[in-house]
Design a protein around this ligand. Structure first.
Ligand SMILES: [Mn+2]
Length: 328
């Protein structure tokens, strides 16, 4: 895996040269992003850098096992913007589209800091000084792992746990496309370095409540299929009806993948009236990332999403018809 060796060496030189470093990622922080942030943070702290993680939006409590309470500051917007503008180096991980920096976008763009982007999504950013993008990788965590390996950086137990969280999340526990020998070799190295597979699987996939499972059961009754497509509609009223939050239906799209004939699966979530989130997954060659980008969203070939400001039924009709037209 020598593909980006030079770039990872260059990144380490930037790290050595600069002291005030900010780590950031996309809004709705997921396991991959969190694993990259925590492992990089722990390394940079160990070499006495003045490093901070600043992310847009809430810090998901689900990742408490990675010591996020001690590591991630809940800074005010003003403080965050000051720290970003005053940084010497900003490392952005797993962002897919820089717009997903949300409220931090302008501060990051305008900062005089050197900016580095590490990602496994197709990525465009003309104001990034160093981009390290490998769309063949299942998780950005695999690239952060390469950064450590190439620069002979020791991976301690917390870093191992964090990076294992990255690959376990984005590979759907080693099941999704692009999970390959590199992913499994890396997993083995991380287990040797202190990551416990059963413990981490539990944190990510065995953390529901009975109530949540019952609500999923009700919601899943609405699944619909036509030929190679299956989709689930989650109208806004269901959140009140089943006393469930939007975060609590995260991951329901992966249940749809179980349908044998489904090659593309979708979930339509009505966040509020005329505010619809569409999640897409592909099991064959259909590129949902490219599809989502046509609607102003982002993602990669097998997992993507976008948002539309139209009535729920219109979004469903347009999206389903458009995919049916393009799927082979
Ligand atoms: Mn990712």
């Amino acid at each position: 895996m020598k593909k980006f060796e030079q770039k990872f060496i260059e990144l380490n030189q930037l790290v050595q040269k600069n002291n005030r470093i900010i780590l950031t990622s996309h809004v709705y922080t997921d396991g991959d992003a969190m694993g990259c942030l925590i492992s990089l943070y722990d390394y940079l702290k160990s070499i006495d850098k003045d490093v901070e993680i600043i992310i847009p939006g809430e810090v998901p409590p689900k990742y408490a096992f990675l010591h996020i309470d001690q590591i991630i500051n809940h800074t005010t917007n003003f403080e965050a913007e000051y720290k970003i503008s005053n940084a010497q180096l900003i490392i952005i991980v797993d962002v897919s589209s820089l717009k997903r920096l949300n409220g931090l976008y302008s501060a990051v763009k305008e900062s005089k800091a050197k900016k580095v982007c590490i990602d496994h999504h197709p990525f465009e950013g003309d104001w990034i000084d160093l981009d390290i993008v490998d769309t063949d990788r299942v998780a950005t965590g695999e690239m952060v792992f390469q950064f450590f390996k190439i620069n002979n950086i020791l991976i301690n137990p917390l870093m191992a746990k964090a990076l294992y969280t990255s690959i376990l999340s984005d590979s759907g526990s080693f099941r999704f496309q692009r999970t390959d020998a590199f992913t499994f070799n890396m997993a083995a190295a991380l287990v040797e370095a202190g990551a416990d597979p059963a413990e981490l699987y539990g944190h990510l996939y065995e953390n529901s409540t009975q109530h949540q499972l019952q609500a999923w059961g009700e919601i899943l009754k609405n699944v619909q299929s036509r030929d190679k497509l299956s989709w689930l509609i989650v109208p806004n009223r269901l959140f009140a009806e089943y006393h469930i939050s939007k975060e609590e239906i995260d991951g329901i799209i992966d249940i749809l993948r179980k349908i044998k004939d489904a090659q593309v699966v979708l979930v339509f979530i009505e966040k509020s009236e005329d505010e619809i989130i569409v999640g897409l997954r592909s099991k064959n060659g259909f590129d949902v990332g490219e599809f989502a980008r046509k609607f102003g969203g982002g993602g990669h070939k097998h997992a993507a999403g976008f948002q539309q400001n139209q009535a729920l039924k219109d979004v469903i009709n347009i999206t389903v018809a458009e995919i049916e037209k393009n799927i082979s």
